[in-house]
Design a protein around this ligand. Structure first.
Ligand SMILES: NC(=O)c1ccc[n+]([C@@H]2O[C@H](COP(=O)([O-])OP(=O)(O)OC[C@H]3O[C@@H](n4cnc5c(N)ncnc54)[C@H](OP(=O)(O)O)[C@@H]3O)[C@@H](O)[C@H]2O)c1
Length: 253
């Protein structure tokens, strides 16, 4: 898969990334069908194949159940080849999500993510927005993220947003933004292009409308062909789908 540089961070990453909600959580998620969380062998096969295909960005979050902890084991020995993106601000405990956007909450979350991922630093940490915090992120939170960066625990910071307004509000202070774009939802296209022009790295979530879209290949080609987009983070636990998605982005490139 072709690679692009993630905004001004200097981090090169594959244009197709792997989303890992389905590696760690199958309750309270909005996919079209229920699914079993893959076994360790299945997850290892998926990640091994992703590696072979040249995929080197992997997206996780504390909110994705056991995803971070599993990646800690699954990426062992391969850590250096991966760009790990995780989040902070949304926690998942005893089967329920809870938000904590305080500076101390965010620090605790990042430090816990590092322990779960069995690493001493992650490439990207994004605030896992609830749709509101992104519109007015407090100075204390930005400062805590900057401190984590100075300490070397995090290389790049930003926000996973839920609205055009939120993305605009966070853009000036973010190295990276995660936004939504797919064939059925184009509202964020302009703000994505703007982020690209301003040197902010752009990761796309829900490029296939979380599995609800009609033509996955066409949606993915549109997404990676959109100016400003660095990488489409597609969530899959199917090796066949992973390979198909790779072919689609190669055809586009
Ligand atoms: N707030 C946030 O920060 C946030 C929110 C949502 C998502 N994300 C991140 O973005 C990633 C992607 O978002 P998403 O998982 O919601 O949605 P998505 O990538 O648009 O779609 C994933 C769904 O599409 C299916 N799929 C994948 N490739 C396919 C193909 N070629 N043909 C048919 N179906 C296919 C998958 O099923 P199979 O497993 O069967 O392939 C899965 O159910 C997540 O995994 C997560 O890392 C972040």
């Amino acid at each position: 898969v072709i690679r692009r540089v993630l905004g001004k961070t200097g981090i090169a990453c594959s244009v197709l990334g792997l989303g890992t909600v389905k590696l760690g959580r199958n309750t309270g998620v909005k996919y079209p069908a229920g699914f079993e969380i893959p076994s360790d062998d299945e997850a290892a096969r998926l990640i091994g194949r992703a590696s072979e295909l040249g995929i080197d960005v992997i997206d996780t979050a504390p909110a994705y159940g056991t995803s971070e902890e599993r990646l800690g084991k699954l990426l062992k020995g391969e850590r250096e080849r991966w760009t790990i993106v995780t989040k902070c601000g949304e926690l998942f405990e005893d089967g329920v999500s809870r938000f904590d956007f305080s500076a101390s909450g965010v620090r605790g979350s990042v430090e816990r993510s590092l322990r779960r991922l069995e690493t001493d630093r992650v490439e990207v940490v994004l605030v896992h927005s609830d749709g509101e915090v992104e519109k007015q992120m407090g100075e204390e939170l930005w400062e805590e993220l900057a401190r984590l960066k100075r300490e070397g625990k995090v290389r790049a910071i930003g926000v996973s947003t839920k609205s055009v307004e939120g993305a605009r509000a966070c853009m000036a202070r973010s190295d990276v933004l995660m936004m939504t774009l797919n064939a059925g939802y184009l509202d964020e296209r302009e703000v994505i292009e703007e982020a690209g022009r301003r040197g902010v790295g752009v990761l796309i979530k829900k490029a296939l409308a979380s599995g609800h879209g009609k033509d996955p290949g066409a949606s993915l080609k549109m997404v990676v062909g959109t100016s400003g987009v660095t990488s489409a983070i597609v969530g899959t636990i199917s090796v066949g789908h992973l390979e198909g998605n790779c072919r689609a982005v190669e055809e586009k490139a």
